[in-house]
Design a protein. Structure first.
Length: 405
């Protein structure tokens, strides 16, 4: 079997399995936004499956480039179209067309406009009815409030839905990353698929989406580092870290890479400075409300507990063993120490190695966290796929086979 046939066969399996997943989700999910996504997305995956079957028969010289265009078109069909449909239905009065994180981000934008901080204090959350206290928490970094500003300023329209702005950010970031890499790395079809059309990514963007721009900015930061643009890499990952804590491990790994390669002065001011700068306004307005939302609640010390309860080892240990929360925290801390030791002992010297650290490190963290979600796996999945793309071996292979004329 030729390399092209192998790649197309993998594509066929990816789209076919994704179509089955979307259809099952659309017919059986207990989450109504997920059902809405599945009943639309499975048609897009099915169409992509049929197109790949035709490609397997034709196998033209331009198949790899066409595979990339198919990935982008499939993303539009399985993520962007369902997202816009749900946003339009929500603007028309449907209350079951967005996950709770969309409402939380939009509430952050509203609070930022009205009170100068995206957070409610513990006292304000306690004053809410019991069944509304969970929605009173905003466990994101202050920068996430930016995505809620359109609705806060312009009112309830489909285009002010926070998911629309998540998607715009993701398209720009992933598109920029692919453009940067296409001339110096293997044509990143698999990387595009990992960041866009995998069901865990498409479903997340269409129904919730707050992780997608963070992931996209981190991938852009890796691409910028791979091409020697460490200053802009610091800007990209700094913006991501200003929006969500999941970007902080990426900041740490890229910081080590930047220092090892002598680019620390370019990278660190933006990568560290932007998240710190984002914290200043809420700290000045009400420091305790920031601590309540960003630290106490995720650590299980809020007025209510997080609903993030996927059955990974950390959650199962925390829930089922005596002293489970302490044990799970100890395991998580131990994993962090091991990864930190490895970073110092064998620091990454290229963006591919940095992506490996990000992927395996976040996978370990997600599996061991006492409160976590299945959807968080999109981070390590994307980083590990991009790691193979960014490795020096892949770059050399690409240069060897690239035409010289």
């Amino acid at each position: 079997m030729t390399k092209l046939a192998t790649r197309l066969t993998v594509d066929l399996g990816l789209y076919l399995i994704s179509a089955a997943f979307a259809l099952v989700t659309g017919l059986t999910s207990t989450l109504l936004p997920h059902r809405g996504w599945g009943l639309i997305a499975w048609w897009g995956y099915l169409a992509a499956t049929l197109v790949v079957l035709v490609q397997l028969l034709v196998r033209s010289a331009a198949a790899d480039r066409f595979r990339a265009w198919l990935a982008w078109a499939t993303w539009a069909a399985v993520a962007l179209v369902p997202m816009v449909v749900e946003a339009v239905q929500r603007a028309g009065g449907r209350t079951d067309r967005a996950q709770e994180e969309v409402l939380v981000v939009e509430a952050m934008g509203k609070s930022l406009v009205e009170h100068g901080t995206p957070y409610l204090s513990r006292t304000e959350i306690a004053a809410l009815p019991l069944d509304e206290r969970l929605m009173g928490y905003r466990p994101y970094q202050p920068g996430m409030a930016i995505f809620g500003l359109p609705r806060a300023v312009a009112g309830d329209h489909w285009w002010t839905d926070a998911r629309i702005w998540f998607a715009i950010t993701a398209v720009l970031a992933v598109g920029a990353a692919v453009t940067l890499l296409r001339f110096s790395h293997p044509f990143p079809v698999r990387a595009i698929q990992a960041a866009t059309v995998l069901p865990v990514t498409a479903l997340t963007l269409a129904t919730g989406g707050d992780d997608i721009p963070v992931l996209a900015l981190c991938l852009l930061a890796l691409a910028l580092a791979a091409t020697g643009r460490f200053g802009w890499s610091g800007v990209a990952v700094g913006v991501a870290a200003a929006a969500k804590l999941f970007a902080f491990p990426v900041v740490a790994v890229l910081a080590v890479l930047a220092v090892v390669t002598g680019r620390g002065r370019r990278f660190l001011p933006f990568a560290v400075g932007l998240p710190v700068l984002a914290l200043v306004p809420p700290l000045l307005v009400n420091a305790d409300s920031l601590i309540e939302n960003v630290l106490r609640f995720p650590l299980g010390h809020g007025l209510v507990t997080s609903p993030a309860q996927s059955p990974f080892p950390g959650y199962l240990i925390a829930q089922n063993l005596p002293g489970g929360h302490v044990l799970a925290a100890a395991l998580l801390g131990g994993a962090a120490l091991v990864i930190g030791w490895l970073l110092l002992r064998r620091p990454p010297r290229d963006a591919g190695a940095a992506a490996w650290f990000c992927g395996w490190g976040l996978l370990a963290a997600i599996l061991l966290m006492p409160t976590t979600r299945f959807g968080y796996l999109l981070y390590p999945a994307a980083f590990l796929v991009w790691a193979s793309l960014l490795s020096p071996a892949a770059q050399e292979t690409h240069r060897f086979f690239r035409p010289t004329a």
